[in-house]
Design a protein around this ligand. Structure first.
Ligand code: MN
Length: 470
């Protein structure tokens, strides 16, 4: 019987726009992933890997099961990146710790691919258990760099191994006996790059609550620069079986809730296990901590995924939808703008001449308007109906279309010239018969003083042609 207690924290940092890290805390499986890749690639890779890891490990919660789960996680990320061109080339680190039962007793299995890390704090000493799969680490291993040089090496971020970049992956695995009082840390490089291991040790040694320790670590990394996403999972061994070698240990999944397993478990370490039925009220007991953290999920086994993961999944879904909707709206807007422009062009490329309130007006637009685009008057000619030849008047009343402004102007000028010529001809032929017509009607009205002079009969009126007509 082994009882673990955990806490975790993850922040986006002060430089990055999205958090591509992910943490996982369940009853027996804990992990961090640091995704990478353009678009949503990093988030998708980390999430896909975590989901596969959890699902596959649940099917086979053993040492081999964890290794298989990591390889399945690799497969899942790899095939997803090949399905979606947007996600091509994505990948993720993965560092996992799982509690399993072995012939020798309960063990913690650590698995690692990439440059996320796991540390163990044992008797006040912090040791890095995993080995980074980075270029800096390789140079370090070959003796070409010192620890201090490797920590600032420009290639320290370049991974030599990651999940999802090839169809299969080698997984580094460690098996550790859980000892009461030991504390494990899983973290992404956002923590290890910003905070020295001495400082990490200091925080872990002085903060008993794993959640508070996780929070403190990511906060410090953020304050130190926060150049990357920062994620930490802190895992405490509260109870350990101490079964003799060869005995089959028990994994702390089944004995939760009202199972008697927990109460029967041997008590070790500084905090006593709760008696049956009292687990829920005993604040100090490790059982209380577990029940408090996992609640009803405990009964259904490892179904607990951190809220972060669910948020990421939701976020990815909504972001994708939002993006598609946005794209659709943009295309729609472009089409609409194009249609409006085409109609505008069609409407603006035509003119007509029409009588309006007793004068000839040149309009730009379509006669009678077109899909809500009203014609605009471009030239109020001041030419009255009686300066338009009578035969043309019905046409002008109705409206005469012209394909250009110049054409419309010419039409108006021609009308006035035609009418002037007609009037000259009429006055020449009607002079001898003036007696038959009343003098009052044959004479043009006298101009009133100060008013603009009305052109005499037969004179071509002076028109103020607008620009574009001259
Ligand atoms: Mn990172």
């Amino acid at each position: 019987m082994t009882v673990l207690r955990s806490g975790s924290a993850s922040v986006v940092g002060r430089v990055r726009a999205v958090n591509e890290d992910l943490s996982l805390e369940s009853l027996t499986l804990f992990a961090v992933a640091d995704g990478m890749g353009g678009h949503a690639g990093g988030e998708v890779a980390a999430y896909t890997a975590m989901e596969a890891l959890q699902r596959e490990f649940a099917r086979q919660p053993t040492v081999q099961g964890l290794v298989g789960a990591v390889r399945q996680a690799n497969q899942a990320v790899w095939s997803r990146s090949n399905e979606d061109p947007d996600l091509r080339g994505m990948g993720t680190t993965l560092t996992a710790a799982a509690l399993v039962a072995t012939e020798e007793g309960d063990r913690l299995v650590l698995a690692n691919v990439g440059d996320s890390r796991s540390y163990r704090l044992h008797d006040g000493e912090l040791t890095q258990l995993t080995r980074d799969h980075s270029q800096a680490q390789e140079l370090l291993d070959r003796g070409e760099l010192s620890e201090a040089e490797a920590a600032v090496h420009p290639h320290r971020h370049i991974l030599t191994r990651a999940l999802g970049v090839a169809p299969d992956v080698d997984v580094d695995v460690w098996l550790v006996a859980p000892e009461v009082g030991d504390r494990y840390l899983l973290c992404t490089d956002g923590l290890s790059n910003e905070v020295s291991s001495q400082r990490i040790n200091g925080v872990l040694s002085s903060t008993p609550d794993p959640q508070e320790a996780s929070d403190a670590l990511v906060r410090i990394a953020n304050e130190h620069g926060g150049n990357d996403n920062v994620t930490a999972v802190v895992l405490d061994v509260l109870v350990s079986d101490g079964l003799p070698a060869g005995a089959v240990g028990r994994v702390g999944v089944a004995p939760l809730g009202d199972s008697p397993g927990l109460a029967r478990a041997p008590v070790a370490g500084p905090e006593p296990a709760a008696p049956p039925g009292r687990a829920e009220v005993d604040e100090a007991s490790p059982a209380r901590a577990l029940l408090g953290r996992f609640g009803a999920d405990a009964a259904s086994g490892m179904r607990h995924m951190t809220r972060r993961a669910e948020e990421v999944q939701h976020h990815l879904r909504t972001r994708r939808v939002t993006f598609r909707v946005l794209l659709f709206l943009l295309v729609l807007a472009a089409l609409a703008a194009g249609a409006v422009a085409a109609v505008r062009w069609y409407v603006d490329s035509s003119y007509f001449v029409q009588m309006h309130r007793g004068q000839v007006v040149v309009y730009r637009g379509r006669l009678g308007g077109f899909v809500g685009m009203e014609p605009r008057a471009v030239w109020r000619t001041g030419v009255p109906a009686d300066q338009v030849p009578a035969v043309e008047l019905p046409k002008v009343d109705h409206g005469v279309e012209e394909s250009s402004l110049r054409g419309a102007c010419n039409y108006v000028v021609n009308l006035t010239q035609e009418e002037a010529a007609l009037q000259r001809a009429a006055s020449a032929t009607t002079v001898p018969v003036t007696t038959t017509t009343g003098p009052a009607t044959s004479k043009p009205p006298l101009p009133s003083p100060g008013a603009p002079a009305t052109p005499p009969t037969g004179a071509v009126p002076t028109l103020r042609l607008p620009k574009g007509c001259r």
